[in-house]
Design a binder for this molecule. Structure first.
Ligand code: XMP
Length: 325
């Protein structure tokens, strides 16, 4: 398959078009791979999940998926990967809980770019170690999509944790590389992936590592994950999940004084960020009803250990980036 999308290629907008694409790619993958094995780093994000589902349909157990939990996933994400791919789709899935490795390396590191480099570098190491334990792997599958090619990244290296070393010397299998994101989603639904997985908001490769600001500690990371889960739950329940492009909590490395149960209570603030954008280059602030903000504040401050204030970030991009780090 060339890296240029033919002008004649219709935009995939319906289940019928998606099914035709799937049939075509299933045949192409079978022809490319034969009876050999294919390795895939499965993060649980939209692109790698759709590639996994497509390859499971095409070659079943010849696909080996490796899911590395770097300890910076959102609440429930690794569990969903195991549930959907390991159980429901009965895939060949290797789950690696590398939480301690990542958090030990990150201890005391506060500089954002160093944090990103450590996370990206360690991810490659863990994946490589798993790959070297396997025998007879000839292909590496990737969730490259068309915008990645247009931005001439080709391989999803960039700052994405999914970027894998070229030295792996494996032929690539990239069945969705000519698709735009909206098409990948239509194909994902046609493959039977859960709606929530296919339409989930973008999540940076370094995960909660860029939202647990400064040097990551386990207790503050835990508080961030719990607060973020409450925000997502409330956005889901109140019809904002489909309206807001990206929303999350960031927790800075600072404490303020508060009062809880009549006693002094020092805690971290949870900062709500909820933005709309089309390309992530600029972003506007979504208005959230005050009643919902009060409810979210109430839940986070009462349910999450260590958080004693909730703040709302009203800064558009520019001047603020979407993430805090
Ligand atoms: P910023 O913060 O630059 O983010 O306005 C724009 C979009 O990119 C995502 N982002 C990242 N994605 N690795 C990623 O894979 C990263 O290090 C990273 N930093 C930001 C961010 O979530 C937003 O959607």
């Amino acid at each position: 398959m060339s890296n240029v999308r033919p002008e004649s290629m219709a935009r995939i907008t319906t289940p019928e078009l998606a099914n035709a694409f799937i049939e075509e790619q299933v045949a192409a993958v079978r022809a490319q791979v034969g009876d050999k094995k294919v390795l895939l780093a499965l993060s649980g994000g939209v692109d790698s999940s759709v590639v996994a589902a497509l390859l499971i349909k095409a070659i079943g157990k010849q696909l080996v998926c490796v899911h590395v939990n770097h300890g910076l996933m959102r609440k429930g994400e690794s569990e969903q990967v195991i549930e959907v791919f390991g159980k429901a789709m009965d895939a060949n899935l290797i789950y690696v809980d590398a939480t301690d490795r990542f958090l030990d390396l990150l201890a005391g590191v506060s500089e954002p770019e160093r944090k990103r480099k450590i996370i990206g570098g360690e991810f490659i190491k863990v994946f490589d170690e798993e790959a070297s334990k396997l025998e007879g792997i000839s292909f590496l599958a990737q969730g490259t999509i068309y915008p990645d090619i247009l931005e001439s990244k080709g391989v999803k290296a960039h700052h994405n944790v999914g970027g894998l070393p070229e030295e792996m010397h494996m032929e690539l299998v990239e069945p969705v590389k000519l698709l735009y994101k909206d098409e990948v989603r239509v194909v994902g639904e046609a493959l039977g992936l859960p709606h929530g997985m296919v339409y989930r908001q973008p999540f940076p490769g370094p995960g909660l590592g860029v939202r647990c600001l400064g040097a990551i500690t386990r207790d503050r990371l835990h508080a961030l994950r719990e607060a973020d889960a409450i925000l997502r739950e409330e956005f889901d329940k109140n019809g904002l999940a489909g309206k807001v492009w990206q929303y999350f909590i960031a927790v800075p490395d600072m404490k303020s004084v508060g009062v809880k149960d009549g006693k002094r209570y020092e805690g971290w603030p949870a900062i709500i960020r909820a933005v709309n954008t089309t390309d992530a280059m600029t972003a506007t602030i979504e208005e959230i009803p005050y009643s919902l903000l009060h409810h979210i504040t109430d839940r986070i401050t009462h349910e999450v250990d260590g958080i004693n204030r909730v703040l709302l970030d009203l800064t558009p991009k520019p001047i603020g980036t979407i993430e805090w780090e």
